[in-house]
Design a protein around this ligand. Structure first.
Ligand code: SAM
Length: 227
């Protein structure tokens, strides 16, 4: 059933989606992220990558409602590190939603567009739940871009294509009363995501050496590289 990555499009990627619907579903997505401990792998990577640094810059590709960037800003404040955080998202509806959810004093700049249009360099380039939206060719380009432009390291936080999460997700999403598009896209996302063996092939095809693949509870599969 899940032997290969599924190619189905997700409903949230439809540019014709009404703004109110998009806002409702990315709010729920931020709730899913909190409940499923989604920030932990990225923050653990930053602990390691930025140890000993007083300041850093970071680009978050595909920020959605900006909740990962807010978690990183809070982490940086607790660590006493000065953060320069930039988020880029293709969907123009993400920008007002993320700004509304973010304190004006947070060190975060949100922009709309493709990640290749953002002027760097950055110490770290990160993303969460974005890689599985990409085709193999797009993912290869993304990995090469990060490898060339992230001065300290890069981190891809994504899902593990696991039968248990695929079967359990509809039940959890129903019990939590999440938006129907989040329920449906979550299911598709799991089927579009990755297994450890996929990453070995993807990294090899992209010509990337030195990256580490790690599983995180529950059902996250992350890939990172520190120089
Ligand atoms: C599932 S959402 C993830 C949002 C957020 N990171 C989270 O974890 O909740 C994927 C986001 O990636 C964005 N995205 C996909 N490809 C992109 C690209 N090439 N450049 C910038 N953003 C991109 C989409 O617009 C979408 O908002």
């Amino acid at each position: 059933m899940l032997a290969e990555r599924r190619q189905t499009e997700e409903l949230m990627d439809d540019p014709a989606l009404p703004v109110e619907t998009y806002n409702a579903l990315i709010s729920d997505l931020a709730r899913v992220n909190r409940l499923t401990l989604a920030y932990r792998p990225t923050l653990a990577f930053l602990d390691q990558a930025l140890a000993g640094r007083d300041s850093f810059s970071l680009l978050d590709v595909g920020y959605g409602q900006g909740d990962m960037l807010r978690a990183i800003a809070t982490w940086a404040e607790h660590q006493g590190k000065q953060a320069h955080l930039v988020g880029v998202d293709l969907n123009p509806s993400s920008l007002p939603a993320a700004r509304k959810a973010t304190s004006a004093s947070a060190p975060i700049t949100y922009v709309t567009g493709d990640y290749r249009e953002v002027e760097g360099p950055f110490d770290v380039i990160a993303s969460s739940l974005v890689a599985h939206h990409m085709t193999s060719a797009q993912l290869s380009d993304f990995l090469r871009f990060m490898d060339a432009n992230a001065q300290r390291g890069w981190f891809v936080n994504d899902l593990h294509r696991h039968t248990l999460s695929y079967l359990g997700w509809p039940v959890l999403a129903h019990v939590m009363g999440w938006h129907p598009i989040v329920r449906s896209d979550g299911h598709t996302s799991i089927a579009r995501s990755f297994r450890p063996g996929d990453w070995a092939t993807i990294l090899e095809e992209a010509g990337i050496a030195g990256a580490q693949v790690a599983r995180w509870f529950p059902f996250r599969l992350c890939v990172g590289k520190i120089r």
